[in-house]
Write a protein that binds this ligand. Structure first.
Ligand code: UD1
Ligand code: CA
Length: 450
């Protein structure tokens, strides 16, 4: 693959999506369409990639994050015009691989097979095709016997051509010099008045240059996302593949139909996922973890043997053998050591909680450090925000915080210290001492309301 350059066309608006977002920025299993295509290209070991951007380019450039060189197509005059913008950057490219930013299910093995066949047979152009029962909307592959004659768009096709079930996936391999040359001859004489990249095939055909088709056996790979319906179709296909992959790797899914796992999530062997569970982003789950039912984790790490039920968590680390839930909300910056218990109606944010500590019920813990084996009574609140700044609460190892304690930060409770139920703690509590802050209970015997 010497001197091979990939060009991804991603400048179109995606009118049929009816969206503020450029089409390739729509999300599929937790990654944008353009990231899916970039990943396919980089997994194939292709070193140089250009992305043609135009509509909504700032957002796409930020998303690509310097993974590829950027080529700008100011006006989107068609796929042929998109590739023309890349030509000045392709001077010494022997082989040019052109891909569409809206074809996210393409596999890197298929790309490699396409390039291999193209280079081995010395073709000027090779197009990746597929057979579809319902080819509507795709360019059709018109052949004379085995030989490719042209690619005709749906809108330009005759009714006989529309019957053809072999379609253009929108991925191609070209000999660099032949592509550069043919692109100077394409026109806008077609139903859409655009510069079609596909017109170069007719030019090659007239010049009797060698053209090939490489047909993928997995027609799902061909799916081009032009509409929200096709986006949902791709999501369903990808989701099924992801679930099947993890089951084959030794993960139990009690109900695949209600389990949603993003493309970049990683699960270890003997993980069990209960119904109505969604794992998002770069979540990583270690061995023997049980997740769900009804749990949603985004960019979380869950260590061996933990159990997480009826929980919502984002950017949190859950330690080994922790018990989380039901009805727990872990916000960014939550870091739980091993064997921590967090129970019902507890919210935790930006806090570190030591080994074996317990926050079993009805608490808000924010900007806190809680020592090992500390017990935080029901209804404890860290008052971390004074309306202007956030402050830290520190609770020592083995401390016992009585129910309904308010900890007005910044404040520290020492090791083995105890706070009385209902106290509002505003001063530091030394180690091994008791702090009580509440009025004395008064008893009036034989008291009646007048
Ligand atoms: C294109 C092909 C069609 C093929 C189908 C596969 C052409 C003329 N047609 O049609 O044969 O079956 O893909 O999905 O190529 N783009 C630009 N600049 C532009 C126009 C488009 O960068 O000026 C980008 C789009 O952002 C998109 C890709 O090129 O990522 C394909 O464009 P799209 O409009 O989706 O082409 P289709 O009509 O699907
Ligand atoms: Ca398309």
């Amino acid at each position: 693959m010497s001197n091979l350059v990939a060009v991804i066309m991603a400048a179109g608006k995606g009118t049929r999506m009816k969206s503020k977002l450029p089409k390739v920025m729509h999300s599929l299993a937790g990654k944008t369409l353009i990231e899916h295509v970039l990943d396919t290209v980089s997994h194939a070991g292709i070193e140089r990639t250009l992305v043609v951007v135009g509509h909504g380019r700032e957002g796409i450039e930020a998303c690509i994050h310097q993974r590829a060189e950027i080529v700008v197509q100011e006006d989107q005059l068609g796929t042929g015009h998109a590739v023309m913008q890349a030509i000045p950057f392709l001077e010494d490219a022997h082989t040019v691989l052109v891909l569409s930013g809206d074809q996210p299910l393409l596999k890197s093995e298929t790309l490699l097979a396409l390039v291999k066949m193209h280079e081995a047979q010395g073709a000027s152009a090779t197009v990746l095709t597929a057979y579809l029962d319902q080819p509507f909307g795709y360019g059709r592959i018109v052949k004379d016997g085995e030989n490719l004659v042209k690619i005709i768009e749906e809108k330009d096709a005759t009714s006989a051509e529309r019957e053809i079930k072999e379609i253009n996936t929108g991925t191609y391999c070209f000999k660099g010099a032949a592509l550069r040359n043919a692109l100077t001859s394409i026109t806008t004489q077609n139903a859409q008045g655009e510069y079609y990249l596909t017109e170069v095939f007719e030019i090659f055909s007239n010049r009797k240059e060698k053209m090939l088709t490489y047909c993928t056996s997995d027609s799902h790979e061909a799916l081009g996302i032009n509409s929200r319906g096709q986006l949902a179709e791709a999501e369903a296909i990808l989701r099924k593949n992801i679930l099947e992959h993890w089951m084959a790797e030794g993960v139990t899914l009690i109900d695949p139909a209600s389990t949603f796992i993003d493309a970049e999530v990683h699960l270890a062997q003997d993980v069990t996922i209960l119904p109505f569970t969604r794992l998002m982003g770069k979540t990583r789950i270690e061995e023997d973890v049980v997740i769900g039912p009804q749990t949603s984790l985004e960019n979380c790490v869950v260590r061996c043997g933990a159990e997480v039920i009826y929980t919502v968590a984002k950017d949190a680390v859950i330690g080994e053998r922790c018990h989380i839930g039901p009805f727990t909300y872990l916000r960014p910056g939550t870091n739980l050591e091993a064997e921590v218990k967090i129970g019902d109606f507890v919210e935790i944010k930006n806090s570190w909680i030591g080994k074996g500590a317990k926050v079993p019920h009805l608490s808000y813990i924010g900007d806190a450090q809680i020592g090992k084996s500390a017990n935080i009574g029901a209804g404890t609140i860290t008052c971390n925000y004074d309306g202007v700044h956030k402050h830290t609460t520190k609770i020592g190892d083995y401390a016992f915080i009585g129910s309904n304690t308010n900890l007005v930060a910044p404040v520290e409770v020492g090791e083995h210290a105890v706070t009385g139920a209902g106290s509002t703690i505003t001063k530091n509590v030394p180690a091994e001492s008791l702090a009580v802050e509440r009025s004395q209970q008064v008893i009036k015997e034989h008291w009646h309301r007048e």
